[in-house]
Design a protein around this ligand. Sequence first.
Ligand SMILES: Cc1cc2nc3c(=O)[nH]c(=O)nc-3n(C[C@H](O)[C@H](O)[C@H](O)COP(=O)(O)O)c2cc1C
Length: 597
Amino acid sequence: MRLLSFLLLCRLGRTITMATEIPLYREPAETAPTDPIDRVIRYHVQTKHHFNRYARSLGHLDWASQPDPFRRFGGSELISLPLLKPDEEPLSPPYDAIYERGAVVAKAVTLPALSRFLEFSLALSAWKKAGDMQWALRSNPSSGNLHPTEGYLVLPQLDGLDLKAGLYHYAPKEHGLEFRAEFPAGQVARLLAPFPQDSFLFGLTSVHWREAWKYGERAFRYCNHDVGHAIGTARIAAATLGWNMALLDGMSQETVAMLLGTDRTDDFADAEPEHPDCLAVVWPLGEVKCDTESAIPLLLDPEISRKLVATSWHGKANRLSREHGVHWDIIDEAAEASWKLSDERLSAAGSRAYANDASRETYDAGSSAGQLIRQRRSAVSFDGKTSITIATFFRMLGRVMPSAELSQPDRPMPWDVLPWKPAIHLLLFVHRVDGLTPGLYVLVRDREKSPLLQQSMNEELIWTPVPGCPDTLPLYWLLEGDAKKAAIQISCHQDIAGDSAFSLGMIAEFEGRLREGGAWWYPRLFWEAGLLGQVLYLEAEAAGVRGTGIGCFFDDPVHEIVGIKGRSFQSLYHFTVGGPVEDERLMTLPAYHHLSR
Ligand SMILES: Cc1cc2nc3c(=O)[nH]c(=O)nc-3n(C[C@H](O)[C@H](O)[C@H](O)COP(=O)(O)O)c2cc1C
């Protein structure tokens, strides 16, 4: 068998020396494509990093225009959420229990429960301090810690929840809800009538400017990764409360915009706009019956939504940057081209009914989910020696398997949140996994796709099933050898990709999905990638190691390693897991030390 070190280094070496043969960036042709799918593909191609040229950005940080990471709606009422200690109700279950259906008894939707939900999904998790500089970290990670994602709740009038029906914006720094609009309670009840009892809505939007300020044209990708991570933190937060969550992916984006108020130009007059990404329904799990008769619709009635928003609104969005430097039009073009124009009659029907089983609920075994969520951080560097066991490796990979053959509600948490079949497979660079030969591996997250993936890769790859691997894991060994240097090189020369136990590229079914489904699939591929990253972040913490998302990688050199040609598959996101090295120069402060309540 050819050694990976030899093969990869030859390939990478060749690519580096062939750098001038990579087509140099050209200004977009005057006749830009009009077909939305061609437009998103053009965005994707234009925002690739190459060995000899990064995607366009300012190239330096313009501190004068640095965006405020905290959006507020001035003039709206702020309702403080209780700042709960870990040992206050609702308590967090053991981490493993959140993956076991029915093991966490559903909590009632109360203010403390909503507080926990938001704490685990979007709240501050710590402050870091170096000299005079101080910055907040959150439960959801974000490329460059820029946090383009904003969160919203649409709440009905509920017994035990002393809040009016309406739209609320989550203010993470204050851990409070800003009351954007009061919706007539009867209309909200009508809107939510097709869903299980006590359902409410969770929405996400993105301020593209926050990421574009630093990352330029590639920022639309990063914003969508961040949305995927936030879908993940919210789905997992819901699971800690015994709640379920499903993306309302059948909705047109216009209705999402209307319900979240991002189309209210007057409210954003002087402020950076928010792009409406998605809405999800959240409900206490005990109420669900996932049989075909009571399928959950994955959209909201647009007519009721329209009536709902004809109300009085409160607050004006704050301006996040005093000045704005370069505006990257291509981001607006990608956002417009991938806009979902119409409703789709999607629904989620499963085959089994699930009930909570109070007798299985325990709170004393293993690390609590909350503890791992609070301690989650990105490693800034790895020690280059920590290894993980093969059992830990298999366990982690098991968590990212969505059981593609099952219908949506029957899939394991958090994969039950997405209504689509998985589109992403993992190309793994194994460096330090005890019991596993270092080299290149592939995890096919949907078994049906093995032939397609195999055909799209180089014929020299061996595709040997990994000995001792659980049957549920379609994990194949492609090449043996030392992949550390290659992993670092393709990850924009970041050592974190090679000093870890393993790193990986998320290889997405790309052009086929877009041509089949529409341009609006483009952001969804990044959402799935972000969700994958979020699962790995927590799995790494559970295993006593640490993870880091990697948005900076050289796109086509990744493809070249396994011989992927064309655009049927594209790598969309990378991730690395290993033994972290702390930056001792940084001080850590508690998440809400600035609030003296
Ligand atoms: C989409 C995405 C891309 C990222 N890319 C990189 C990267 O290329 N290199 C890196 O060192 N960290 C990367 N990170 C980690 C972020 O810098 C980190 O999430 C952020 O600083 C917040 O810190 P925390 O994750 O500890 O909360 C990425 C994170 C995300 C979510």
